[in-house]
Design a protein around this ligand. Sequence first.
Ligand code: ZN
Length: 677
Amino acid sequence: MNNPLIEPHELPPFLSIRVEHMVPAISQILAEIREGLEIILKKEPYSYHSVVKAQEELEDRLHQAWSPVSHLNSVANSPEIREAHGQCLTLITDYSTEVGQNRPLFEAYRTISESAEFDSLPQADKKVVENALRDFRLSGVDLPAADQKQFTELARQISALHTTFNNNVLDATQAWQKLITDKDQLSGIPETALALMQQAAEVDGQEGYLLTLDAPCYLAIVTYSVDRSLRQELYTAFGTRASDLGPGAGEFDNSEVMAELLSARLKQARLLGFENFAELSVTRKMARSTQDVLDFLEDLALKSRHHAQKELLEIAEFAAEQDDLPKLEPWDIPYYAEKLKKAAFDVASEELRPYFPVPKVLNGMFEVVRRLFDIEVVSVADMPVWHDDVLTYEIRKEGAPLARFYVDLYTRSNKRGGAWMDDCRVRRLDAMGQLRLPVAYLTCNFTGPVGDDPALLSHNEVVTLFHEFGHGLHHMMTQITESAVSGINGVAWDAVELPSQFMENFCWQAESLSFISGHYQTGEPLPEDLLKNLLLAKNFQAAMMMIRQLEFSLFDFRLHVNFDPDSENQIQEILDRVREEVAVVSPPAEYAFQHGFSHIFGGGYAAGYYSYKWAEVLSADAFAKFLEDGIFNRQTGEKFLCTILEKGGSEEAIDLFVAFRGREPEIDALLQADGLA
Ligand code: ZN
């Protein structure tokens, strides 16, 4: 059988890829990689070229086949693709685990790092070897046999506990529901949310409105329900999910799961020679030490807490004025905050849509990068696509191509929700010394065009598009030729959002909004009063949001620094202390948010939740330089390009930042941007 996923192609041949190609292609390529690695390891003496580059060449074939499979699974899903994708994913995960534990391969990398050749290697090549050695060690390859066995056992246990945690949260969420038949009881709730609740009742064979703890329903109730007791009921049910309190108490309790997870993580970290799990987490990050992270979070809290207290007071005063509310409870906050926002700024996001038609926004975005980096984005027609809506572009500098990308903007029934950038091809020099250019997928889920009018975006959607394009630029503007540190590859997790959040800033500047926006009928840019309110509303309750994120981040981080399996009730104690120091809103005693904190107990953000704020500081501080020099200053743009975007993961993120800014990052710019200075 001819298999387009196995044959070499410059771009994925989307028109000829079929489901039945997927599993055979991945299986065959993996078998060839395994064989190839054995041959590589037989050829001594080892050199960068004979081992590292040869492994890259083998694995690039896997990437070329896997990238369209995983992309199609996200944007053109079907039960058949999901099945094939799942099988491929298992095969690839097994391969990755195997490579991480491949001792001869690890020894080969070590030999190279200790050879005379190493010192003369370019910086990017050195970084590839150093990162690989670090990752080998963190996979336990270097441990004595007995420890290695325990390490692998712990890894399995941790993975199973993640699943249990997530399942408990899901089951507890689904176990709660409430049917309301009298529409008057749902006064204040927007029509779109009501329609969802009605639909949920119908699906369940009932009549009326079915309330659930799923995010859209939960948020609609606590933000809009005029009925205070209903808000309290939902707030309490949501906040006690998967705990020993509240509705369905004890049935899906995560208490034990959390304690076991923290113990297993601590054991793994200790086996690898770390003091605690947080220390292990920061070895792969931009932050230099656990103290670095704690100082950072505590400093931000210190500087924003009094602002948050002031904001809370404003809501309380507004609530007292509006409804004679004697005491503002946690379930009143989203409700009155929303009312206050409307009273203060009168920003209706629907009103802005006519000013953001897709063609205008795309051209405006390309104009932003033309001014910043002197690059041209040109529409091209020769790239095969998976759907008629997909737009295709090439980035050029002085006429020469640098990269290509796909833009898939609109929501479809067989497309995963959300927005993301993904890597289709990575910039690299191949084994024949030929340069391969990067290719990116930008995927969003905006509402498509209606009739003959272009699709009209909300301002939020415009920000999302700029964000993903920022990731795309990081991937596509790279000048690095080694896959493992080219573009977004190998960039520390707490620094990877720098270019994306940086690009968002251009959606909040009058100078750029003047050409990003234009009424789809008249071409007129965003009127003064709308622009003014949009910019004013940006920082509405920024301090309260900041404090909430800091509360989560500090809890996560201190938990992974201080957890002691021999001490009772530690999780609650650590949380209570963080709240005492940082929070401005105290939830009731039975509120057990940690039991549903899937980021850190059900996934990869353990001792890493702080990364969100960390990257925000980087992007705000980087953009502050543009505010100082003029947002389209060419020298500043060029410097950002060659110190951050072009370098990818080839150097430490902190060094790149310092090279751009001339100093280490400071939190002041973020406080300024959030109106908290
Ligand atoms: Zn992002």
